[in-house]
Ligand binder design. Structure first.
Ligand SMILES: [Zn+2]
Ligand SMILES: [Zn+2]
Length: 369
């Protein structure tokens, strides 16, 4: 519980008693830590559109001096993993949400960043997050028992607003490649009894092709954090981006936020790589035939627009045998994703105990997600 006299200037005070208010997940209100009063967040409907506004990239870059697009946040740099997270100004010592390294002599400093235009408020609360973490750990059949015990004792979850970019673009791609068409030839051979036999053999005939495909991309999501492993963060998708609300620090009260480490330009490059995977599929289906070769392609991106948003993620970073494992929950849907160690002793014993190896491998691969 906070002393009401120690309210920091960024914090929001209770209408009833003046103490600090914390955003309550799943609601549109703040709750007082001191007297329990609920204070509604008034979402400005005229600003609602801003959360969804797609900003023209070229225009934005040419107006880069425009400081109205920026804001300042106070962050602490983690010396181990490099994360820059906002911290509660009243807290003297704490630990990094992403790698569990203790912050000593918490020294926050200001960073200037592009202001997020919108966010998705937390919908899942800490208690529901703990349940999800416990269930996830329980199901880890191959995990070391020590880890399960450890996780039970240290199920500290941190709610973080993680920065993301989303990009829209019109693309058109010229390509050249080849289309492979299968045909069959009859081949004669002599079988083990010395008899002459024939069989059909599949061959491929190649034709050079070139062409052009185009596609519009909408809201390609790029996580702007380097503190979470991208492949695990991708597994938290989908996000209900249609429910974005305009950026309002009230939704952040009681939660941490992270400063982006992947800037707008680098984020755009990542989004282009994501688009490329889809474009290559388009090229292959445009080539047609039974097999395809792509020799070269060149994509033109135009009409690029972006949004900068914050998405709610519950994180538990746990250290086990000197390694950090991270567990994440989509703060909207409760979808879970995480890194975990394997107990090789358990796996070996299971195999020795006569469990079908095929089944084991299948189970093992399934459990990796
Ligand atoms: Zn109060
Ligand atoms: Zn860290």
């Amino acid at each position: 519980m906070e002393n009401k006299n120690q309210l920091n200037s960024n914090e929001i005070a209770c209408d009833n008693c003046g103490a600090k208010l914390i955003f309550k997940p799943g609601t549109e209100s703040l709750t007082c830590e001191f007297c329990g009063a609920q204070n509604n967040i008034k979402i400005d409907q005229t600003k609602q559109k801003e959360a969804h506004k797609e900003i023209d990239l070229l225009e934005f870059i040419s107006n880069k001096q425009d400081v109205s697009n920026e804001y300042t946040i106070q962050t602490v740099n983690c010396t181990t993993c490099g994360a820059k997270t906002s911290v509660d100004a009243n807290v003297v010592s704490d630990s990094c949400s992403f790698c569990a390294t203790p912050f000593v002599n918490t020294q926050a400093h200001d960073v200037r960043l592009i202001k997020p235009q919108g966010l998705l408020p937390f919908n899942i609360n800490a208690k529901e997050g703990h349940e999800a973490f416990k269930n996830w750990i329980k199901k880890l059949w191959w995990a070391p028992n020590k880890l399960k015990k450890y996780a039970k004792l240290n199920e500290k979850l941190q709610g973080i607003y993680v920065p993301y970019w989303t990009f829209d673009a019109d693309t058109s791609t010229n390509y050249s490649g080849a289309r492979g068409e299968h045909y069959y030839e009859t081949e004669r051979y002599t079988d083990s009894d010395g008899k002459s036999q024939s069989r059909e053999v599949q061959k491929t005939r190649w034709y050079n092709v070139s062409g052009r495909v185009s596609r519009f991309f909408d809201d390609v999501l790029v996580m702007a954090s380097e503190s979470l492993p991208q492949k695990y963060a991708d597994k938290l998708e989908p996000w209900d981006l249609n429910n974005l609300v305009p950026y309002d620090p009230k939704f952040m009260s009681g939660f941490r936020s992270e400063a982006y480490q992947i800037d707008l330009e680098s984020g755009l490059e990542v989004s282009k790589q994501k688009m490329e995977i889809v474009i290559k599929q388009d090229i292959r289906s445009d080539i047609g035939g039974d097999e395809q070769q792509i020799n070269s392609f060149n994509t033109n991106h135009s009409n690029i627009k972006f949004k900068h948003i914050l998405l709610p993620i519950w994180i538990s970073a746990y250290r086990y045998q000197d390694k950090v494992y991270r567990f994440m929950i989509n703060g909207r849907t409760g979808k879970v994703s995480g890194e975990r160690p394997y107990s090789w002793i358990k796996i070996t014993l299971a195999v020795l105990a006569g469990i079908a190896v095929g089944g084991t491998i299948y189970y093992f691969t399934e459990m990796q997600q």
